[in-house]
Ligand binder design. Structure first.
Ligand SMILES: NC(=O)c1ccc[n+]([C@@H]2O[C@H](COP(=O)([O-])OP(=O)(O)OC[C@H]3O[C@@H](n4cnc5c(N)ncnc54)[C@H](O)[C@@H]3O)[C@@H](O)[C@H]2O)c1
Length: 305
């Protein structure tokens, strides 16, 4: 198949591209490199530098030729979405709508969409959070990602464009930028490797569901065969930030303590995803947290020479 991966120069998108190419697909990447990196781009993919909000996108991309769009490009910074909700909405809502409009115009059959299990549900009413949990985002980012979902479902009802919406938990792995605000695992490892104490916001008992990026990439590949589904992609396991710190410290033989700082506002206390649906569809995570962290450590050591 010929697949357009938006955000294919980014952290998750680039792993999806690698996996698609490994499986014999032809890939076109659309990315404006705002947070993506040219070094992430698989040389076997065609790279188009451009913005998903560009109204004349069809001058850059031959949509007629595309079978499926895997839509990863987004404004992903929660804090930035609070500071500049208009930019966030522009990229995540109008950018997604622009992709859908091109798909409708040129009869592209299917979209696979990166949504956020950490952001769309808001403060969990029960745990683990399944796909039927109420939607109550706590940030413009959470809402804009959810708007993308709703436009996708609308385009399915109106024009029959097939979809699969994947709601990722906290994704980590090689190529995650430690300078971003997300990606606590990369940030902790980077600080330790640079002789700085990791900073924990709050008491460290807040929990998250950390899923390894190559497991997420594999879910995207499998989603090529899933029809009109909304699926949580996580591990179904809850890990506190203190536990996470300990695993990373052990891996790096780090004996110092973390620094505890004020809790961050607007962050949920506990969340982890129910992944029964994904498992029913044949996907499950294969790389556990310890092994995944080992891989990120190796990668970061290599990067830092
Ligand atoms: N990282 C996570 O834990 C996580 C969790 C849930 C959902 N997601 C979703 O996964 C997707 C990928 O996130 P990521 O962590 O790989 O982030 P990333 O920033 O590494 O990737 C996003 C990519 O999109 C590109 N991009 C941004 N705005 C663009 C625009 N206007 N036009 C074209 N390209 C643009 C960036 O240059 C980058 O390459 C996003 O949709 C994000 O919302 C990520």
């Amino acid at each position: 198949m010929k697949i357009l991966v938006t955000g294919g120069a980014g952290f998750i998108g680039s792993h999806i591209v690698d996996e698609l190419i490994k499986n014999g697909h032809e890939v076109v990447i659309l990315d404006n490199l705002v947070t993506g990196n040219k070094n992430n781009i698989n040389p076997k993919a065609e790279f188009v530098e451009g913005d998903i909000t560009n109204k004349n996108l069809d001058e850059k991309i031959d949509f007629q030729d595309i079978d499926v769009v895997i839509h990863q490009a987004a404004q992903i910074n929660v804090r930035k979405s609070v500071e500049d909700p208009i930019y966030d909405g522009d990229v995540n809502v109008l950018g997604t709508l622009n992709i859908l409009e091109n798909m409708r115009r040129y009869d592209v059959k299917k979209i696979i969409y990166a949504s956020s299990g950490g952001a769309v549900y808001g403060e969990p009413e029960y745990l683990p959070v399944d796909e039927n949990h109420p939607i109550a985002p706590l940030s413009p980012y959470g809402l804009s990602k959810y708007c993308g979902e709703e436009y996708i479902k609308l385009y399915n009802r109106l024009y029959g464009i097939e979809y699969c919406i994947l709601r990722y938990s906290n994704v980590y792995g090689e190529r995650q930028d430690p300078r971003g605000e997300a990606g606590v695992i990369s940030i902790f490892i980077d600080r330790i490797l640079n002789n700085k104490n990791p900073i924990i916001f709050g008491d460290g008992n807040q929990t998250r569901d950390f899923v390894y990026v190559k497991d997420v990439a594999r879910a995207n590949l499998m989603a090529l065969d899933w029809k009109n589904e909304i699926v949580n992609i996580g591990t179904g396991k809850e890990t506190s930030v203190n536990e996470l710190f300990k695993i990373i410290a052990d891996e790096l033989n780090y004996e110092d303590k973390p620094i505890y700082d004020k809790p961050r506002e607007g962050e949920v206390r506990r969340i982890y995803l129910d992944i029964k649906k994904a498992e029913m569809l044949g996907w499950k995570p294969e790389v556990d947290l310890k092994e995944g962290i080992k891989r990120v450590v190796n990668w970061m050591k290599q990067m830092q020479g």
